[in-house]
Design a protein around this ligand. Structure first.
Ligand code: C2E
Ligand code: CA
Ligand code: CA
Length: 616
């Protein structure tokens, strides 16, 4: 069953489409060229039986080889036979004419050179085999011609020497062709073997020898295209970590190896892959669907969970399997594995051991999984775009800078997902840095930001990377954007996880001239201790403190306190969510330094950024 090199043979046997194209183009082009040559010979009055038969056999051979190349039918074998037939044809007709007493000089030249060209295209073993025949034929033809034209000048002995010389020279050429072809073949084979080994290695899980996640995607894509219906199962081990912790990694490895072995030798499993630490995926044999699949999965579940003995220790573990019927339950190959995984999670939570994907039960989870798949594609295909929202001086309303926000455009979904829907997905998939790179790159290369600051949103997961600031600076440098004009907006979560490390990164950012703003202040449980813990330059006061401040005195005094606090700590303040002019005026009176909100300007895609002018 499962064999990591499952398509190795295929590539060896295959003639690539490119080579087939060259093959039939050359053959079909060769037919009119051959006809043209025959016409010229006829026009010169040099036609003979030899020319007609050679020409006809040439055209037939080119047609057969061309058709075989086009249909990809035994191309290599047909080509070998065609070359051998052409060789036999050239010599056969030539010697036959000589025997019949027809001696033409151009014919001798053709007989001595054309076979050499044909032979140089053959495989080395065949060339070696033809050397004696070539010797005999060249000797025969050249001595006959010498007798015909030079018998009065050369003795019989000289004619024999001449024939042997011609034949030997011709065989040396053949021998050289064979040696070159052999070296070429050997190198080609070695090269192919290295490529094949590398390919197999890149598709194999080194510990278990099963195919890996990457190869599994290929298998699924193929099986999806070739089979009407098949079953994919996702298997995750239970209690694997405690085994690793208690008995060591050697025990964990032995367990994984044993499971891989059990899966490989199972009669119902067509492909098994190790796709994560203790996660496996199985494609069941075609025909194992519906009730048969239920029975097969139950049997595999109990077969897999039999204890494994390692160094006299009994390793007891469990497993949860989720499975999905491809084609009927899911309508896209890339959603198969997420669907099987979702049902596996249900099997784990319910402690059922196995669960079949069920549209009703797994639909909501599947929608999130589909969004994850779609988000990855959107990020790669340029559908995640940069938007800029202006931030202005609270007093003069002059635009000081912009906040960079992300937008998912042309998603193909009913409504394009909002940032609060896809940012958590990017975070879960570890794609926030890529998202930032894409949007920052677009903003810096498209918008005119000279003399303005740019405020970017940074999540706690991003600043844990030690090279985060270095990468950011490299991106800014590429666009000559001064680091002094970059503001990092962080949320208070940064203060709750890895405080020391985060503070170190933020200090590094400030050393390079960047400024740090605490975003969404007043939205959560912001406390003075957070403001004290983090190296800050600015507080961004959340919209929720502002919306009611216009008509609610209590809210206004909270806003007042927040702004006073910023002033006392020597921090700048930016009030978000300013939707009316009256609010803009009020927060300016309360001492805010900056304002941001729809009244000033909504976030606009950078490519569509209209005049971003001061509102005042
Ligand atoms: P945020 O950082 O607080 O960004 C401000 C949000 O408030 C934006 O929503 C903006 O469109 C909205 N907004 C601005 N002015 C007004 C206003 O006057 N009225 C109202 N009702 N809303 C206003 P958006 O773009 O939907 O982003 C939501 C959140 O998603 C952002 O909140 C930010 O935390 C996050 N986000 C957006 N883009 C990115 C990104 O590229 N990376 C990261 N890490 N987070 C992002
Ligand atoms: Ca923000
Ligand atoms: Ca905010």
């Amino acid at each position: 069953m499962n064999d990591a090199g499952w398509h190795a043979q295929e590539t060896e046997e295959d003639v690539s489409d490119r080579h087939r194209l060259y093959g039939y183009t050359a053959c079909f082009a060769g037919i009119p060229i051959t006809m043209f040559c025959i016409a010229i010979i006829v026009a010169l009055g040099e036609e003979s039986f030899y020319v007609w038969v050679c020409g006809l056999i040439g055209i037939v051979t080119l047609t057969i080889v061309g058709i075989c190349c086009y249909l990809n039918f035994a191309v290599k074998r047909v080509l070998s036979i065609a070359l051998l037939a052409t060789y036999a044809n050239v010599w056969g007709i030539g010697t036959w004419e000589v025997l019949a007493g027809a001696y033409k000089q151009h014919q001798l030249a053709l007989m001595l050179f054309i076979p050499l060209i044909i032979v140089s295209l053959m495989k080395n073993r065949m060339i070696f085999m033809l050397i004696p025949a070539q010797f005999g034929l060249v000797y025969f033809v050249s001595t006959r011609y010498a007798h015909e034209y030079f018998s009065d000048q050369f003795t019989d002995q000289n004619i024999v020497i001449l024939g042997v010389l011609f034949a030997a020279m011709s065989c040396v050429v053949l021998f050289m062709s064979a040696v070159t072809a052999r070296i070429r073949d050997k190198n080609d084979k070695k090269f192919m073997r290295v490529i094949e080994e590398k390919r197999v290695l890149s598709m194999t899980d080194h510990l278990t020898g099963l195919i890996n996640r990457r190869a599994l995607s290929d298998v699924l894509e193929r099986t999806w295209n070739d089979t009407d219906e098949f079953t994919l199962a996702f298997m995750d081990l239970d209690r694997f970590k405690p085994i690793n912790d208690q008995f060591g990694h050697a025990a964990g490895d032995a367990l994984l190896y044993e499971i891989a072995d059990r899966l490989s030798s199972d009669e119902d499993v067509q492909f098994a892959a190790r796709i994560g630490g203790d996660e496996f995926a199985l494609v069941l044999n075609s025909g194992i669907n519906g009730k048969k699949a239920d029975r097969a999965v139950k049997r595999i579940h109990s077969m897999i969970t039999e204890d494994v003995v390692f160094n006299e220790h009994v390793l007891s573990f469990g497993t949860s399997i989720g499975y999905v019927q491809a084609k009927r339950d899911v309508d896209c190959a890339s959603l198969l594995l997420p669907a099987a995984e979702i049902s596996m999670r249900r099997a784990k939570i319910t402690k059922m051991g196995w669960a079949r994907y069920d549209v009703q039960e797994d639909d909501a989870t599947m929608a999130t999984a589909a969004l994850e798949v779609a988000f990855k594609q959107a990020l790669e295909s340029g559908n995640i775009r940069a938007a800029l929202q202006p931030i202005a001086c609270a007093q003069s309303h002059e635009i000081k800078g912009y906040e960079l926000l992300s937008r998912w455009v042309d998603s193909g979904l009913r409504t394009d997902p909002r940032p609060d829907q896809f940012i958590p997905i990017a975070e879960k998939l570890g794609l926030l840095n890529q998202l930032l790179r894409v949007t920052l790159e677009e903003a810096l290369s498209t918008a005119d930001l000279s003399g303005k600051f740019l405020s970017i949103n940074i999540s706690p997961a991003q600043i844990v990377a030690t090279d985060f600031i270095w990468r950011l600076r490299r991106g800014l440098k590429a666009h000559n954007f001064p680091a002094e004009n970059l503001v990092l907006e962080i949320t208070e979560e940064v203060a709750f996880r890895n405080v020391e490390q985060n503070v170190r990164v933020l200090n590094e950012a400030r050393r390079h001239g960047m400024t740090v703003a605490l975003d969404d202040f007043g939205k959560g449980y912001s406390s003075l201790s957070i403001v004290e813990k983090l190296p800050l330059d600015k507080l961004k006061i959340d919209r929720s403190l502002v919306v009611e401040a216009d008509c609610n005195e209590r809210m206004e005094s909270i806003l007042d306190i927040a702004l006073q606090m910023a002033r006392k700590l020597g921090l700048e303040s930016c009030v978000e969510g300013i939707e009316q002019e009256s609010l803009a005026r009020r927060v300016a009176e309360l001492g805010a330094t900056e304002i941001q909100g729809y009244w000033l300007g909504k976030p606009e895609l950078v490519s569509a950024t209209p005049e971003l002018e001061a509102v005042a």
